[in-house]
Ligand binder design. Structure first.
Ligand code: C2E
Ligand code: CA
Ligand code: CA
Length: 331
């Protein structure tokens, strides 16, 4: 029925000498009459109509309770984000970054979690995208940065010469925030963390603007002495041409590339080896992400990768737990 309605509307028609074209978007709801009220059906149809529009209009969509529930969750998340930041529901965990040569911890990556009042503890994959859409990522990111720098500054002050760096993720929207550079400079000044012990991780899409031009803030941040890392390197489709044009310090090899090192597949190994060689020729440090097995670590070491991060070494954990490991004397 929906198809025939769309087909009936498809041909152009003439009104007062003007050729007009209309299209329709249709939401189809199937429900048992006994279990639903007219208001429920209309509400569901309205949601479904919106999906048909979002999928490109001139089509019909069928109601899907799971998709509706996911939409509702997204809505709940976006509506409670700002208050959640105010109420300090966000917690930062830290995952050690180690030297491949001797597994010594050289840095920690800050990874945010949300203790949501009704939805429980949520990982960033559930809310970072929503926070980007609503703009809440800017205050949230500032909170994570301040927290991470405070921890790192305190620990380094108690361990002079240890030079533990802290690595903080920056979302696309943060990279384009005009206040980014002054915010970061303020946090460094407030917390007393030396700039060289802060690393900011950005994906290629955050480093390069829509037109493929390096984002201005990057050189300003690098100018402060902060390390800039390309996050999830190897998952984008860039032509690598941008690498020498950016003031980069390191590349983080995406987990999917490291995952390819699981078996004896020589092709994956060759790609990783060449990427590492390329990075080194540009003077960059390379961190392998998502290292889960000793075999992967061995292959990365053979490929001359510098640092590694992953469950093989440690999962992310609250600061109180990470600090116990950091303080444990090493043999
Ligand atoms: P990412 O930056 O690539 O962070 C690494 C993710 O891989 C983390 O997931 C980490 O827990 C996970 N991971 C670490 N080791 C392993 C391993 O051996 N195996 C596997 N399978 N996974 C491992 P998490 O914490 O869920 O973070 C997901 C993403 O959320 C991050 O990916 C990052 O892009 C984003 N994110 C996290 N915290 C922040 C933040 O404060 N700000 C922004 N903008 N993004 C954040
Ligand atoms: Ca990261
Ligand atoms: Ca990553």
């Amino acid at each position: 029925l929906a198809d025939s309605v769309l087909a009936a509307l498809a041909p152009p028609f003439d009104v007062d000498g003007h050729r007009l074209v209309v299209s329709a978007s249709i939401g189809v709801v199937e429900a048992r009459v006994a279990d639903t009220t007219p208001a429920d059906v209309l509400k569901a149809a309205d949601v479904t109509l919106y999906w048909a529009k979002a999928d490109g209009r001139n089509r019909w969509a069928r109601y899907d309770p799971e998709r509706a529930a996911a939409d509702l969750t997204r809505y709940t998340l976006s509506a409670t984000l700002a208050a959640g930041i105010e109420r300090e529901e966000f917690e930062v965990e830290y995952q050690p970054i180690v030297r491949l040569s001797d597994s010594g911890v050289v840095g920690i990556e800050a990874l945010v979690r949300w203790n949501h009042p009704t939805l429980g503890r949520l990982g960033p994959d559930r809310f970072i995208e929503v926070a980007e859409e609503t703009g809440a990522i800017v205050p949230l990111g500032r909170h994570v940065l301040r927290e991470a720098c405070t921890r790192a500054a305190g620990w380094n002050a108690a361990h002079p010469g240890a030079d533990l760096f802290v690595s903080v993720n920056l979302a696309v929207r943060q990279a384009h925030d005009p206040a980014l550079v002054s915010d970061v400079a303020d946090v460094l000044a407030e917390t007393g963390l030396p700039a060289r012990l802060l690393q900011l991780e950005l994906t290629e899409s955050a480093l390069l603007g829509p037109a493929g031009r390096p984002v201005d803030a990057i050189s300003a941040l690098a100018g402060l002495g902060i390390r800039i890392a390309v996050d999830d390197f190897g998952t984008g489709y860039s032509n690598l041409g941008y690498l020498p044009r950016l003031p980069l310090h390191s590349l983080k090899l995406a987990g999917v590339l490291v995952e390819g090192l699981r078996g004896p597949a020589a092709g994956a190994g060759r790609i990783v080896t060449s990427l590492i060689a390329l990075a080194h020729s540009l003077g960059l440090t390379v961190t392998g992400e998502g290292v889960e097995t000793t075999a992967q670590a061995a292959q990365l070491r053979a490929a001359r990768c510098d640092l590694a991060q992953g469950w093989l070494y440690a999962r992310s954990a609250p600061w109180s737990e990470v600090v116990v490991e950091l303080d444990r004397p090493r043999s």
